[in-house]
Design a protein around this ligand. Structure first.
Ligand SMILES: *Cc1c(COP(=O)(O)O)cnc(C)c1O
Length: 434
C-alpha cells in the first residue's frame, strides 16, 4: 500500500473541486483590533498591516482590557494549565465561577463548560438523546456540523425538518406517538445566511407535542438580549427552552463551549458524556477571561449597540454601491458571489490589493452556487473603514467581473441614530494604546 499516495490523492481531489482550504498567517494587534499583521507565504519576514472584516470575535471582547487582565491575572495566580480532567484535578475555582455566570446568564439552574462549542454540542446532544429511551431527534436541515455529529453519535432515530419550516416540524412531530421521547435541536441564528429561527413557534410545538428543546445560541450569546443571553433572552423565551448551548470563543472572545439547563440535565451530561469526562479542563486563564467577558456584557450594552450600528451601516453602504448583500435581520453581512473560483479570487484581491481580510466561504460550508464573502463588522471598526471596504469591494467586483445589483437604499436600523460614537467603545483600550 502506498500510504503517502492516498493522502496526496485526497488533497488533489479537494484542489480539483476548488475545496482546498488555505489559511492566512495573521497576527492580531490587541491594541489596534481589527488591525492585524499578515505574513504572505514566502515573505513571512515582511508582514503587512491589514484590516480584518470576518472575525467571529464579534464584539472584540478577545482584546478587551478587562478580559486580557483577567486572563493574565489567573495565569499568574494559578499557572498555565488545569492539571488534567475535571475528575483528576481540573475543577478549579475560575471554571466553577464561569459556570455560575453562565447559568445566571440564561436563567438556568446549572451550566457545564467544555473545551469548545463543537464539543459541547457533540456531548450535549448525544448524551441527552442516548439517555432518553427510544428517543427521536428532530434536527433543522441547516444545523451546524457539531450538532449533526451529536445527532449521529446519539445512535437513535433522527428526522430532519426543512430549515426553519415549522409546518414541516409539526408534521414530523404529529406523526409520532405522544408518549415517545423527542429532542428538537436547532440554532437561534444561522451564521452563514444570518437568518433567525422562529423560536417561539418551535417552542409552542415542543410544548404541544411533549418534546425537549435544545438550542444552539453560538452566534448570538453576548450579542443579543439586554444581558447578552442571546436571541432567546431578547425574545423572552429562555425559560421555555430546556437546553441552551453556547460558545465562549466568538462573542465572548475566549475559548470553550457550554450548555445551560436544569440541574438534573447538567448533572447527567457531566456524569455520562465521555467528551467531558475524559479530556482535560480549560485552563484557569481561559475560564477567567471568558467569565470576565460574560460579566462585562451583562451590564454593558455599548458594545452590542455599536455592533448592530456598524452591521447596519455596512449593509447600507454596500447596497448603495450595488454590492449584492444577502438580506437578513442580523449582524451577519453575507455578500453573494455564487462561484467558488471567483470567490477565492475576490478574497485574494481584497487582501493583496486592498489590505482587507475576508475569508471566502465555499462548499461544503455553504451549498455550491451560493459561495459568498461573509463580512462581520464590529464595534471597533470605524466609519472610515466602512468607506474603505466599500471602495475596495467595488474595485474587486469590477476586476473579477462580478455582478452588481441596482443600488438599493434600505432605511437604516432604528437604533443607528442613537448608536454611541466610536470612541465610546473601550476608552481604556484607546488610552493604553497612546
Ligand atoms: C462555531 C460554531 C460552533 C462551535 O463552537 P466553537 O466554540 O468554535 O467550537 C457550534 N455551533 C455553531 C452554529 C457554530 O457556528
Amino acid at each position: 500500500m502506498d500510504y503517502e499516495r492516498v493522502f496526496s490523492d485526497a488533497i488533489a481531489q479537494l484542489k480539483a473541486e476548488e475545496r482546498y482550504r488555505t489559511f492566512a498567517n495573521l497576527e492580531r494587534d490587541a491594541r489596534r483590533f481589527p488591525l492585524a499583521l499578515w505574513r504572505p507565504e514566502g515573505e513571512e519576514d515582511r508582514p503587512r498591516e491589514v484590516t480584518v472584516w470576518c472575525s467571529n470575535d464579534y464584539l472584540g471582547m478577545g482584546v478587551h482590557p478587562e478580559v486580557i487582565e483577567a486572563s493574565v491575572e489567573a495565569a499568574r495566580a494559578h499557572g498555565a494549565g488545569a492539571g488534567g480532567t475535571r475528575n483528576i484535578s481540573g475543577t478549579h475555582h475560575p471554571i466553577v465561577r464561569l459556570e455560575a455566570e453562565l447559568a445566571d446568564l440564561h436563567g438556568k439552574q446549572a451550566a457545564l463548560a467544555f473545551t469548545s462549542g463543537w464539543i459541547s454540542n457533540l456531548a450535549g446532544i448525544s448524551t441527552i438523546a442516548s439517555l432518553l429511551p427510544n428517543c427521536l431527534i428532530l434536527s433543522d436541515a441547516l444545523n451546524h456540523n457539531s450538532m449533526i455529529e451529536g445527532v449521529r453519535r446519539a445512535g437513535c432515530e433522527k428526522k430532519v425538518w426543512r430549515h426553519n419550516d415549522v409546518a414541516h416540524l409539526e408534521a414530523l412531530l404529529a406523526a409520532e406517538p405522544a408518549a415517545r421521547a423527542k429532542l428538537v435541536v436547532f440554532e437561534s441564528l444561522y451564521s452563514m445566511d444570518g437568518d433567525i429561527a422562529p423560536i417561539e413557534a418551535i417552542l409552542d410545538l415542543c410544548e404541544k407535542y411533549g418534546a425537549m428543546s435544545y438550542i444552539d445560541e453560538v452566534h448570538a450569546v453576548g450579542l443579543y438580549g439586554p444581558r447578552g443571553g442571546g436571541v432567546s433572552e431578547r425574545e423572552g423565551l429562555a425559560h421555555r427552552i430546556d437546553v441552551i448551548e453556547g460558545t465562549l470563543a466568538k462573542g465572548f472572545g475566549a475559548l470553550g463551549g457550554y450548555i445551560a439547563a436544569s440541574a438534573a440535565v447538567v448533572d447527567a451530561v457531566r456524569s455520562y458524556a465521555p467528551q467531558f469526562i475524559f479530556t482535560s479542563t480549560l485552563p484557569p486563564s481561559v475560564a477567567a477571561s471568558a467569565a470576565a467577558a460574560v460579566r462585562h456584557l451583562k451590564t454593558s450594552s455599548a458594545e452590542r449597540e455599536r455592533h448592530q450600528h456598524m452591521a447596519w451601516l455596512t449593509k447600507h453602504a454596500l447596497r448603495a454601491a450595488g454590492i449584492p448583500v444577502m438580506d437578513n435581520p442580523s449582524h451577519i453581512v453575507p455578500v453573494f458571489v455564487g462561484d467558488a473560483q471567483k470567490c477565492k479570487a475576490a478574497s485574494k484581491l481584497l487582501l493583496e490589493r486592498h489590505a482587507i481580510y475576508i475569508q471566502p466561504i465555499n462548499y461544503p460550508t455553504v451549498p455550491t452556487g451560493t459561495e459568498r464573502l461573509r463580512i462581520t463588522p464590529g464595534p471597533a471598526h470605524s466609519e472610515a473603514q466602512v468607506a474603505e471596504l466599500v471602495e475596495a469591494l467595488v474595485d474587486v467586483w469590477k476586476t473579477v467581473g462580478l455582478r452588481f445589483e441596482e443600488a438599493k437604499i434600505i432605511p437604516l436600523f432604528r437604533r443607528a441614530a442613537t448608536a454611541p460614537a466610536a470612541d465610546c467603545v473601550y476608552p481604556e483600550m484607546k488610552k493604553a494604546a497612546e
